[in-house]
Every structure is written in structure tokens, then in C-alpha cells.
Design a protein around this ligand. Structure first.
Ligand code: TRP
Length: 354
């Protein structure tokens, strides 16, 4: 069986470092690993519209921002097909049939949907399209027969729901769809990077993000005012590592040679942590180290972004070509699905008899 990756993002804003460590960095590695026959990355504009239907300009303008973020992080269009969800007609077509296989109460129990309904204050006025987006996401994953879906932890319920749909479909209509596997980031800190304020999630609405396209001064300012350990008041006080955002970020970003380059007094992160816990190591010093690492990583990304920004025709072509490849995959799967569901009337006329 071919190994196929599919993943994606909603184009509701520029991508931030939570997206980077939670997913983008891993996608680039997967893309370059040579282990996969095909890689698809979807810009989920139709999904973004399920709760932004009254703001189409926001979704439209962020298609370009997100594509630039992808390219600047190292997504290579020669290896990865980047495509736009709404331009693949097979996706809503599959969704329509999958909707028959899911109950409303099952959708209401989806933990991600539950918390998003709360966060958005929908209360009882839940748009039907929003409630059903996990079904549409199952279509996103299955339309290209994806075997592997690299995503963050918050997407676990979506994958479970997609797998259920696949199993139900295959049971009723015969073995047709591929049951996808989730691929979570290996690094614990990267699973869910907290915001700069220490809150559980980095999110645009909470205003606690560092964006991939932030300028160096902005990054520095965000790091220097970052939440640390409120009990670590004097430098000499023993400090806590758990729940300390600066250390969580170091866990997610620090590479072995960063000490040699930026903080040679310490051999590794364990040594730095031990000193902090014992007392005698100030926040400012740790923050400066984190800043050096982040400036290095994000500097490269920002420089590449500036190059791509000068060649938007190329960016456009990336999307056109990626979408073409995705449409071909969609057509193939749709033909299989129609055959399995016995709605392939014009390809097989065995029904045309009395
Ligand atoms: N729900 C994902 C998010 O909010 C985006 C997404 C849409 C996606 N369709 C997908 C991710 C299919 C993986 C696979 O980030």
C-alpha cells in the first residue's frame, strides 16, 4: 500500500511558532524523509468558513499568508502538494455521503467541537456546518487515501471520528477507504506549546503568540516579557521548571549545539535546568538564551519568506499545481466510492434491466 500524508491548516491568520513546533517542522522532515509516496497539505478554507462565514475576506487574504509560511518553513512544492480545500469538489461530495454514517449526538460528543462551541459562545445556536466539520475533515483525510495524518494533540478527536467513518463505510459498502493513522509530534513540549503568557494554548484570540513572520524586535520583546515562575523572585531563589514557559520553549526549540553557540557555560539543557532549580540563575539570562535560539531559527524562516514575497506568481503556481494533483486523487477515490455505494449508474449499467 502506498504511504500517503495529508494534513492542513485553517487560513484564519498567519502561522505561529505553536504551529511550527507542533506540526510544520515535522512536516518538512516527513517530506524530506523519502518514506512517503505522496504528501498533501491542505489549506482548509472551507473549514475556516464554518465559523467565519461572515468574514470571507479574512479567509481569502490568509490563503497567501499561510502558503508563504509553508514555503518559508521549507515545504518544497516538488515533494509536497499544497492545495486549497474548496477547489476540490469531491470533498463536499464525500461529506454528503459520510454524513449518513454519523449521528448528531456523536458529533455533539466530539471533545474538540464541544470546547470550540463553548469558546465561540454558540450555545444552542450552533451552525450545522460547524457541528459537521469533523465529517468534512474525514473527507479531507480520505479523499486521497491518506495513511498518515501528522497533526497536534487537539486533532485526536477528529482522527478518531474519521477512523470510525472509514470503518462504518467499509463495513457497509465493502473495503474501499483507508483507515488513517495519527502522527503526533515526538517532543512532549511541542505537543501543545503554551502561549507567551503561560496559558495552555497559543492562540491568536488570546494575543499570546509569536508569529513566524514577527520582526526580531517583536520576538525579543515577547520573550523578555514571557511568563516564567512567579515564585522565582530573587535570582538566588530556587526556581520551578514545570509550567515555566521559557523552559517549555527551550524543550521545544533547543538543539544540542545551541549551548556551544549561545551559552557555552552550560553543557546542555539538563545542566541549565538543574542550576535554575537550585537557585542562582536569573530569568533574564535564560530568556536571552531562548531569544538567541529563536532569532536564529525564525531569522532563517523570515529571510526565506521575504524572498517568496517578491515572487507571488510562483506562490500562485504552487497552489494551482498542488490543487491539480489533489483533484486527480479526488476523482480516483470518488470513482471507487461511487462504485462501492452502487451510484455509478453511467459506468455500470447492470441496473438497466427489468
Ligand atoms: N482542523 C485542522 C485545524 O484546525 C485543520 C484541518 C482541516 C485538517 N482538515 C484537516 C488537519 C485534515 C488534518 C487533516 O488545525
Amino acid at each position: 500500500m502506498e504511504k500517503i500524508i495529508l494534513t492542513g491548516d485553517r487560513p484564519t491568520g498567519r502561522l505561529h511558532i505553536g504551529h511550527y513546533v507542533g506540526s510544520l517542522r515535522g512536516r518538512v522532515q516527513l517530506q524530506n524523509s523519502g518514506e512517503y509516496d505522496k504528501v498533501f497539505i491542505m489549506i482548509a478554507d472551507a473549514q475556516a468558513l464554518t465559523d467565519n462565514f461572515d468574514n470571507p475576506d479574512k479567509v481569502r487574504s490568509n490563503i497567501l499568508q499561510v502558503t508563504l509560511d509553508y514555503l518559508s518553513c521549507g515545504i518544497d512544492p516538488k515533494k509536497t502538494n499544497v492545495f486549497i480545500q474548496s477547489q476540490i469538489p469531491e470533498l463536499p461530495e464525500l461529506t454528503q455521503f459520510y454524513l449518513n454514517l454519523v449521528t448528531v449526538s456523536r458529533l455533539e460528543r466530539n471533545p474538540t467541537i464541544k470546547s470550540e462551541i463553548q469558546m465561540r459562545g454558540f450555545d444552542r445556536a450552533i451552525p450545522a456546518g460547524f457541528l459537521c466539520y469533523p465529517v468534512s475533515q474525514a473527507a479531507d483525510i480520505t479523499f486521497c487515501k491518506a495513511t498518515t495524518v501528522p497533526v497536534g494533540e487537539d486533532q485526536i478527536p477528529m482522527l478518531e471520528q474519521a477512523r470510525e467513518i472509514v470503518r462504518t463505510f467499509n463495513r457497509i459498502y465493502g473495503e474501499t477507504l483507508v483507515e488513517p493513522e495519527i502522527l503526533l509530534p515526538e517532543n512532549e513540549a511541542s505537543l501543545r506549546l503554551p502561549g507567551t503568557d503561560g496559558k495552555a494554548k497559543m492562540s491568536k484570540s488570546l494575543g499570546n503568540c509569536i508569529y513566524l513572520s514577527d520582526e526580531p524586535e517583536v520576538i525579543k520583546q515577547k520573550i523578555m516579557t514571557m511568563y516564567t515562575d512567579p515564585l522565582h523572585i530573587q535570582v538566588s531563589d530556587p526556581g520551578h521548571i514545570e509550567g515555566n514557559t521559557v523552559f517549555t520553549y527551550l524543550d521545544a526549540f533547543c538543539r544540542p549545539d545551541d549551548f556551544e553557540r549561545f551559552l557555552p557555560e552550560y553543557a546542555n539543557l539538563d545542566e541549565l535546568k538543574a542550576h535554575y532549580q537550585k537557585g542562582g540563575l536569573g530569568d533574564v539570562k535564560v530568556k536571552r538564551f531562548l531569544n538567541a535560539i529563536m532569532q536564529d531559527t525564525l531569522g532563517e524562516i523570515r529571510a526565506r519568506r521575504k524572498e517568496y514575497e517578491k515572487d507571488l506568481d510562483y506562490v500562485y503556481d504552487v497552489l494551482v499545481e498542488g490543487t491539480k494533483v489533489a483533484r486527480e486523487a479526488g476523482k480516483e477515490t470518488m470513482a471507487d466510492v461511487k462504485r462501492a455505494m452502487k451510484i455509478d449508474y453511467f459506468d455500470n449499467t447492470d441496473w438497466l434491466k427489468l
